[in-house]
Design a protein around this ligand. Sequence first.
Ligand code: ADP
Length: 301
Amino acid sequence: MRITSRRKTMAFFLVLGISLVALTVALTGSWIILNWRERVLLFFGLVFFLAIITGLILNTIFLVREIRRNEQHDSFINAVTHELKTPITSIRLYLETLQRREVDEAQRQQFYKSMLDDTDRLLGTVEQVLKAGQAGYKRATRVPVEVDFGRLVGECMELARTRHRLQPEALHWQGAVNGREFKVHGDPEDLRTAISNILDNAVKYSGAKVDVSVEMDAPDDKHVAVRVRDRGIGIPPEDLKRVFKRFYRVSGRSFAQVKGTGLGLFIVRSIARAHGGRVFAESGGEARGTTITFELPRSGA
Ligand code: ADP
């Protein structure tokens, strides 16, 4: 309902903007014809005409952008509320059951485990929101150190396997890593956050069959890159760049079932940029899998 009314508002302002531009063109056009012989008047008229038209166009673009941004804020708040509410409701249910009923030891342990999983989920969401808040600022608190990037990626893979309860072959290396140097300069904690976000997405958007490969590469002698490839639902071509914007989530049926806040890739891009690197997405389109490449300058380059 709200989205439809927003769309209507947007359409209204768009039509209003275009109509105003058309009206100004018509008015000024007739004025120019009437004053054809008055050179000075014509000159100033044209200057004002161009200024008004530019202003109107800029105004319309600004309005449409603001409405879009508001829409994204709304869906972000809905997503975050959902991500906070679901685990809290679940924990509450387990606690009520423990309080009211006698449960055997095995079941009690199962409840504890589920509650711990729920608190992890809560913590994950809160951390993402906090990190996204920090991402806008250039931090100078932590001193960059030399990081063995290959090893760091390996540790993140191990963590992702545990977190998503994956078999080793579901998330595996592609190509050799051992014996190759992938040293970078940076903040290990931020780099871990970035790689973990990319891996979590690869698993999350893979559907039931997770098959994620991770490849370390040196595109040239100044850079190192990690490429995370999944065989999941993929990203439509028009969204490949937009997914890195804050709050942006791809809309569509297959994506709607997967929960998220739209902050993960924004955080990844901020971390890449803060390290002088970049990140980009490639995909053959919907249901064709996705490859995310995270590239950093090589240490000492
Ligand atoms: P979210 O919390 O929604 O996962 P992200 O910023 O991490 O937020 O990702 C933004 C959007 O990009 C996601 O909503 C999803 O639609 C798309 N996306 C990210 N990674 C993948 C992937 N590996 N495969 C398919 N879609 C992806």
